[in-house]
Design a protein around this ligand. Structure first.
Ligand code: GLV
Length: 320
């Protein structure tokens, strides 16, 4: 039975359940302050699973989710939602976290690594080259094209950061974009042209049926020679990491930076962890930040209480 507002009084228990992966006391403190009129519980405390109407969580076991028989909305505590779209997950309204603070961190991460390889900051200064002190051989920003593979809220934020510093910005997405500060590429027909036009490609695509395995050996061959590949979306976009490694070994791709891997986490002996041209970071390019995330989720809960729709809601068909 699904209850609407008028029936809800009959169900005793707390309607909003929070399941943070860490710092439960801080999260409940933040939400209690922002939502003083709501009763909240932090998992695994749950006085009545049937009364749970809204769930705020990063992920949760399907067997536990099945006990929330009147669940209406899930708020993902991260930007990605693929963990909520697996078979057996409840088919309820799903709200993504679109936090500008997180997107800003991801932009800083991308700027760091792209400029690291663009300007060869990783090389030790060679004392034998003192006669060339002060000579720059790296391309400057306006001669360097950064491509965003995925151009939603996060891709735009990252693209804007590069654009602001004078880089050429290309963007690839399913439908393209009209923004006049980017060169837009749309759909699979234009993916080859996009890949071939970028000195660095930053992937921010979500994991969906359409993006999983998108970057095959054939696609890596379409990257510009010497390009840098930065993956801060989902590891599954790389069809097989040995193909990425092969492209680097063959001297085609110049470098790769992986904040996400396939599988994730990687096995201890995964080649990507030991390759001199690959940098791996442990899925930390943009973290959920309690202060801003709690505020955005609380605003959405207030919207729902006023009878308005929360946003951004996930299009289950599209997978994000
Ligand atoms: C992290 O990957 C997130 O989806 O927030």
């Amino acid at each position: 039975m699904r209850v609407d507002g008028s029936d809800r009084g009959m169900l005793r228990g707390v309607t909003i359940l929070i399941n943070p992966w860490a710092d439960p006391d801080q999260w409940i403190g933040a939400f209690s302050e922002l939502l003083p009129n709501e009763e909240l519980e932090v998992w695994p405390d749950c006085s009545n699973p049937e009364a749970v109407e809204m769930l705020i969580a990063w992920r949760m076991k399907r067997s536990d989710l099945a006990t929330f028989t009147n669940l209406d909305t899930i708020f993902s505590m991260g930007a990605g939602v693929d963990q909520w779209l697996r078979e057996g997950s409840p088919d309820v309204r799903l709200v993504r976290l679109a936090d500008p603070a997180m997107a800003g961190e991801m932009a800083a991460y991308a700027l760091h690594w792209v400029s690291h390889y663009q300007r060869a900051f990783g090389q030790r200064y060679d004392p034998a080259s003192l006669d060339t002190w002060g000579i720059n051989t790296a391309p400057v920003a306006r001669e360097y094209t950064v491509g965003l593979l995925g151009f939603g809220q996060i891709g735009r934020r990252i693209g804007a950061a590069f654009n602001d510093l004078g880089y050429e910005v290309n963007a690839w997405s399913r439908g393209g974009t009209d923004d006049d500060w980017v060169t837009s590429f749309a759909g699979l027909d234009e993916l080859e042209a996009f890949l071939g036009s970028c000195d660095a490609v930053v992937n921010v695509l979500p994991n969906t049926a359409e993006t999983a395995g998108l970057l095959t050996a054939e696609r890596f061959a379409q990257f510009k020679a010497g390009a840098t590949f930065v993956n801060i979306g989902r590891g599954t976009v790389v069809s097989d990491e040995t193909e990425l490694v092969a492209s680097l070994d063959a001297g085609h791709l110049g470098a790769a930076v992986l904040d996400v891997t396939n599988p994730e986490p990687p096995l201890a002996d995964a080649p990507v962890l030991h390759h001199p041209k690959i940098r791996v970071t442990p899925h930390i390019s943009g973290m959920t930040q309690m202060a801003t995330a709690a505020e955005l989720i609380a605003e959405n809960i207030q919207r729902i209480r006023r009878g308005e729709a929360p946003f951004p809601t996930v299009d289950r068909g599209a997978g994000y």
